[in-house]
Write a protein that binds this ligand. Structure first.
Ligand SMILES: Nc1ncnc2c1ncn2[C@@H]1O[C@H](COP(=O)(O)OP(=O)(O)OP(=O)(O)O)[C@@H](O)[C@H]1O
Ligand SMILES: [Mg+2]
Length: 258
C-alpha cells in the first residue's frame, strides 16, 4: 500500500508517519518510509537514535551521486542530462534500517515556476515514481502541505493521500487546498486524520467541514507526545495511547480505501 501524508505545517504529519511505520513494522510488514520534507525529522519520529541520524544525509545533498546518475551538476538548468537516471538501487543503498523499516531522506526539492527542471529534482521525482509504482511494500511518504514531489502519472499509484488536520480554521483551509491540488493530480482516495483532538466536538467540526474525505480516526491532544519530542524519544516508544489510536487508523485505512 502506498500512502502519502500531507497537511498544514505543524499539524502532526511526521508524528503520524512515524507511529504508523512502527505499527506496520510491529505487524510484520516491510515499510519504506520516505522523508520528503526539506526540514527532515521523520527518523526521530520513527525512533532512530541520535547516533543513527547523524550518519543520515539527504539525497538532494549528495552532489557527486547526483552527477553520477544524471550526468549533470546539482542546480543546473537547461543543460543536457539524463531524464531517466537509474534509481532502483537507492532504497537499498542509502536507507537507514530499523527492523522492517527502511528510511530514505530526500531533502530539498527545488521549487520554481513550472516545476523546476534541474538535476536533483529529476533524480528525486524519478525515485518517487519508481517507489510508488514498483515497490511491493508499505510506502509512507511524509510530505509538506504542497504536493511538489508528486507528478502526473505517479499519483494514481497512491492508495490514499492522508491529510492531517487540527480542529482549527487554518488547518481545515489547508486541507481544502490540498484536496483541490489532489483532484487536479488525479489522486483517487483522500482521507483525513484528526490530530490534537480534545473532545467529540472537535471531531464533529472536522467532519462537517471536510466532506469528500474518508475519516480515518483521531489522535488526542497528548502531553506525552510533546514530552517525547523534548526528550528525543519516538512517540511510539513514549506512549501507549497513540499506538492504539494509530493502530485503529491503520485498520480503518484497510477497510475504507477503494
Ligand atoms: N496529538 C498531539 N498532542 C500534542 N502534541 C502533538 C500531537 N501531535 C503532534 N504534536 C506536537 O506538535 C508538533 C508538530 O508535530 P509534527 O512534527 O509531527 O508535525 P508536522 O506536521 O510534521 O510538522 P512540520 O510541518 O513542521 O513537518 C511537535 O512538537 C509534536 O510533538
Ligand atoms: Mg514534519
Amino acid at each position: 500500500m502506498k500512502l502519502a501524508i500531507s497537511g498544514k505545517g505543524g499539524v502532526g504529519k511526521t508524528t503520524l508517519a512515524g507511529v504508523m511505520a512502527r505499527i506496520l513494522d510491529e505487524r510484520g510488514f516491510r515499510v519504506l518510509a520516505i522523508d520528503a520534507d526539506p526540514d527532515s525529522n521523520l527518523g526521530d519520529a520513527i525512533g532512530f537514535s541520535e547516533e543513527e541520524m547523524r550518519c543520515a544525509r539527504p539525497l538532494s545533498e549528495m552532489d557527486d551521486f547526483i552527477r553520477e546518475r544524471t550526468g549533470s551538476t546539482k542546480g543546473q538548468y537547461g543543460t543536457f542530462f539524463k531524464l531517466n537516471p537509474k534509481v532502483d538501487d537507492i532504497p537499498e543503498r542509502f536507507s537507514l534500517i530499523k527492523d522492517n523499516i527502511k528510511l530514505v531522506i530526500l531533502g530539498n526539492i527545488t521549487k520554481g515556476g513550472g516545476g523546476c527542471f534541474c538535476a536533483e529534482n529529476v533524480l528525486l521525482k524519478n525515485l518517487i515514481s519508481y517507489i510508488l509504482i514498483e515497490r511491493d511494500e508499505y510506502v509512507i511518504v511524509d510530505m509538506e502541505a504542497g504536493l511538489e514531489h508528486l507528478g502526473r502519472g505517479t499519483t494514481e499509484y497512491i492508495d490514499s493521500l492522508i491529510v492531517v488536520v487540527e480542529p482549527g480554521k487554518r488547518s481545515i483551509q489547508t486541507a481544502k487546498e490540498i484536496k483541490r491540488l489532489a483532484m487536479d493530480l488525479g489522486i483517487k482516495h483522500l482521507s483525513i486524520v484528526g490530530n490534537k483532538i480534545t473532545d467529540d466536538e472537535d471531531i464533529q467540526l472536522l467532519k462537517e467541514h471536510l466532506d469528500g474525505f474518508s475519516y480515518l480516526g483521531a489522535i488526542r491532544y497528548n502531553e506525552n507526545i510533546l514530552k517525547a519530542d523534548k526528550w528525543g524519544i519516538s512517540p511510539y516508544d513514549m506512549d501507549v495511547n497513540i499506538r492504539k489510536e494509530v493502530a485503529e487508523i491503520v485498520d480503518n485505512l484497510n477497510r475504507l480505501r477503494p
